[in-house]
Design a protein. Structure first.
Length: 105
């Protein structure tokens, strides 16, 4: 267990006692999944933003929040039909009416 997780649980325990007047048994919190869920559910109903944030953060850190599945984009179908090359221009008359180039005819 890392120090950040220990600090989060300590903050939850202190805030829970201050705001709800209830004690959290930390050993039972780790050993009993039903108790852990009940404690975090109770913290979710608190009026304090800090207590609710702690509960959500702990759920995330303990792997209780499922990560949304990332869907890979569907591959673009590739046509196996050969594409013919563009036809060469045979009419030169169209080139004389072109007015947007560096030179005008």
């Amino acid at each position: 267990m890392d120090n950040q997780l220990i600090q989060l649980i300590a903050r939850l325990k202190i805030q829970f006692r201050k705001e709800k007047g209830l004690q959290i048994n930390t050993q039972r919190f780790f050993d009993d999944a039903a108790y852990r869920i009940a404690v975090l559910d109770e913290a979710d109903t608190a009026e304090s933003e800090e207590l609710v944030t702690l509960a959500i953060t702990l759920r995330d850190r303990l792997g209780m929040i499922a990560q949304p599945a990332v869907h890979a984009p569907s591959p673009v179908p590739v046509s196996t039909t050969p594409v013919p090359p563009p036809a060469a221009r045979t009419d030169k008359g169209d080139m004389r009416s072109y007015k947007f180039g560096a030179r005008s005819w």
